[in-house]
Write a protein that binds this ligand. Structure first.
Ligand SMILES: Nc1ncnc2c1ncn2[C@@H]1O[C@H](COP(=O)(O)OP(=O)(O)OP(=O)(O)O)[C@@H](O)[C@H]1O
Ligand SMILES: [Mg+2]
Length: 330
């Protein structure tokens, strides 16, 4: 059963097509990521799926309910953590949770139990009665996650859950997200522009650029499909015997040699390095050092779009893409 089914969803703001005919589905219990640079359309997708924004065209089902025809049922089955903080800093953590639980018509006794439970999920029991104004950034984010869980949603939407947090806090938030996905079987869909976040957390990732999904798969398969491993060797003496020994090997994708350095693109680097040594040995070449670089999602993104995801400036990205397109056409 799918928790989310998105069918040809489009959102236009005037002439701008922010989300362009996007289709995907998320299985129940899955941890799914939308990865893309600033302005890719991630928040716009989330806003449509959570019924905050009406699509220009297309449709979606959340927990089996249609976002257009059945928004109330959609809302009661989802939790949302917005990209922009939305806590009341003049209230304590507990009061924020109380208020939210009341909006979901959860009775007083049930509220007490659930608040205690969600506070313990994010380890904020000790801060429950402190004003949110005095929380750190990471604590605020954890409180928002707790708040998103208060009505036991079947599907949790997290828009940039760790934006602007330091590496250590980010990692602890990742652990909370992973735990609640595993222990509570909550389906999680998150957006991020952090490659390592998508790579670490998500079972499958849709890479979004300019409102379109340009790739969708597991992080590992995306890496396997779009990039091979890089192996660089330093050798003693001429490289020609090694190069001829490697010719025609199906696991070698590319070879470049320069002054005692040989750079190879290979499939399954760690499995084939021993073969590489055997061939070197057989051809009388001595390898004095070897290094293996496994592709990252960043490499995949650059491969697909011709630009790094960290480029904040859209016009620069467009320029990079054009350069990349010309390079590919050559
Ligand atoms: N209400 C709106 N009116 C007009 N344009 C909008 C509106 N909301 C978003 N956009 C535009 O739609 C595009 C997608 O924006 P969106 O916020 O969905 O991107 P995003 O992928 O979430 O980016 P970020 O990583 O910066 O959060 C952007 O060009 C943005 O300027
Ligand atoms: Mg956004």
């Amino acid at each position: 059963m799918n928790a989310i089914v998105v069918n040809e969803l489009t959102k236009k703001f005037g002439d701008l097509i922010a989300v362009d005919n996007v289709s995907f589905s998320v299985k129940e219990g899955e941890l799914f990521g939308l990865l893309g640079p600033n302005g890719a359309g991630k928040t716009t997708i989330i806003n449509m799926l959570t019924t905050l924004l009406v699509p220009t065209s297309g449709s979606a089902l959340i927990a089996g309910f249609d976002i257009r025809n059945d928004p109330d049922n959609v809302r009661s089955n989802i939790g949302i953590i917005f990209q922009d903080p939305s806590l009341d800093i003049g209230l304590t953590g507990r009061e924020n949770l109380e208020f939210h639980a009341m909006m979901y018509n959860i009775g007083a006794e049930e509220r007490r139990t659930r608040i205690a439970e969600v506070l313990s999920v994010v380890h904020l029991e000790n801060k429950a009665d402190t004003l949110v104004e005095y929380y750190s950034g990471g604590m605020k984010r954890r409180l928002e996650i707790a708040r998103g869980l208060i009505h036991y949603p079947r599907v949790l939407f997290l828009d940039e859950p760790t934006l602007g947090l330091d590496a250590q806090t980010r990692r602890s938030i990742w652990d909370y997200i992973r735990n609640l996905n595993r222990e509570y079987k909550t389906t999680v869909i998150l957006t991020t522009h952090y490659m390592e976040e998508a790579d670490y957390l998500c079972e499958r990732i849709a890479i979004i650029d300019n409102g379109k999904i340009i790739a969708l798969d597991t992080p590992q398969r995306l890496k396997d499909e779009y990039k091979s491993d890089s192996v660089s060797l330093t050798i003693e003496g001429p490289s020609d015997p090694l190069l001829s020994g490697l010719k025609g090997k199906e696991w070698v994708r590319e070879i470049a040699a320069d002054n005692g350095n040989v750079l190879l693109k290979v499939i399954n680097g760690e499995d084939n390095i021993p073969h590489l040594f055997q061939i070197a040995h057989a051809t009388g070449v001595v390898i004095s050092s070897v290094s293996l670089h496994k592709p990252s999602l960043e490499d995949v993104f650059i491969h697909l779009t011709g630009a790094s995801i960290r480029e904040e400036d859209g016009s620069k990205r467009a320029g990079m893409r054009e350069k990349h397109r010309r390079r590919m056409m050559r």
